[in-house]
Design a protein around this ligand. Structure first.
Ligand code: ATP
Ligand code: MG
Length: 334
């Protein structure tokens, strides 16, 4: 069976970008039942930048709660926390020895995250895509639903798989496909339409958090940067208007309709009417999720139990793949 793998870092509170670009689609894929679905809370990825140890526990449970509250069923999907399946780190080391420095040097996300200060970043942040390749290939995943920002990393995963297979003359790792479909695959920052919305972004006003209340969501959309012109008649009219495009695409993704349909339903609307309509739609979608998240977070032991059970199921798939990899590489096993 085709297998889907994806993950989210517990590097802060989840955003509307994570919801539309990742979680919502993870649930749809699970419910379509056409693929086996494996989802992970990527805590080893989170620590590539500093995380307060106490907050990391809470953030890990929060990402798990967001998955569950959005409709991930821990029976139908495998849901686990990355560091509880040691094979991820072990396979990543093998891939560190396969990946070329030149490939890593081309990763745009590292450049964006490092900014002007690349020398001061952790080696882990630089090597991140190699761990991500291990996450995916450990399960022989064939499809990886991600937002636009992760496309390059999934392509690198294909390169790593191909080089491993070629160097060791095996057909061990299938080449996974990135799955990037629908509107809002790159939700932009509300204060700067040229940068993506991120949970680790500087200002809380630039993102909508899953846990924001109705007033906060309305205030953030109302303060969202836009140009003064009203909505255009057609999607062509969104060209060169990144902030306007972003809000229209968010609306489209939330409503499950095409951007053209959003414009048809709000002909020539000004921001004074469109922004509150968008906020209302976002609240309608997110409030049941945040309410359920709060309920789940009140019982951390239950979340831990579900994650431990998920890790067991993940290990059952991952352990034989890692053993086979060690064997192919020629590592002596007792
Ligand atoms: P960080 O700032 O710590 O990198 P993040 O918000 O980018 O956090 P990740 O954990 O890196 O979140 O990514 C989890 C998933 O969410 C990935 O599939 C990623 O492509 C997707 N994603 C992240 N941001 C967006 C966005 N703005 N629009 C659409 N998808 C997104
Ligand atoms: Mg990210």
């Amino acid at each position: 069976t085709p297998r889907v793998f994806s993950g989210i870092k517990p590097s802060g509170g989840l955003t509307l970008g994570n919801y539309l670009g990742a979680i919502k689609r993870f649930v749809q894929t699970q419910d379509a039942a056409t693929h086996e679905t494996i989802y992970c809370v990527a805590d080893l990825h989170a620590i590539t930048v500093w995380q307060d140890p106490k907050e990391l526990h809470a953030a890990t449970r929060e990402v798990a709660a967001a998955f569950l509250a959005s409709g991930i069923d821990p029976e139908r999907s495998v849901l686990f926390n990355q560091s509880q399946v040691s094979q991820h780190a072990e396979l990543a080391w093998i891939f560190n020895c396969v990946t070329r420095l030149g490939w890593m040097n081309r990763m745009t996300q590292f450049k964006e995250k490092a900014g002007k200060n690349a020398e001061a970043q952790s080696l882990g942040l630089y090597a991140y895509p190699s761990l991500m390749a291990a996450d995916i290939l450990l399960y022989h995943a064939t499809h990886v639903p991600v937002g636009e920002d992760q496309k390059q990393h999934v392509e690198l995963t294909r390169d790593i798989a191909a080089k491993f297979n070629h160097d060791y003359k095996v057909d061990l790792f299938p080449l996974p496909e990135p799955v990037i479909e629908g509107p809002a695959m790159r939700v932009m920052n509300l204060r700067d339409g040229t940068r993506k919305m991120s949970k680790s972004g500087e200002s809380d006003m630039e993102r909508i958090n899953l846990t924001d209340d109705a007033d906060t969501i309305l205030r953030k959309f109302q303060k969202a940067r836009t140009d003064p012109a009203p909505l255009p008649e057609t999607v062509e009219g969104l060209q060169g208007r990144p902030e306007a495009r972003n809000l229209v695409e968010i609306y489209a993704a939330l409503a499950g309709i095409a951007p053209a349909e959003v414009l048809a339903r709000h002909p020539g609307a000004g921001w004074g009417t469109f922004k509150p309509a968008l906020a209302e739609l976002a609240v309608e979608t997110l409030s049941p999720v945040s309410r359920e998240m709060a309920r789940l977070m009140a019982d951390p032991a239950e979340i831990d139990r579900l994650l431990a059970r998920g890790a067991e199921r993940a290990r059952a798939i991952a352990a034989p793949v890692l053993s086979r990899t060690y064997e192919v590489v020629g590592l002596l096993r007792g």
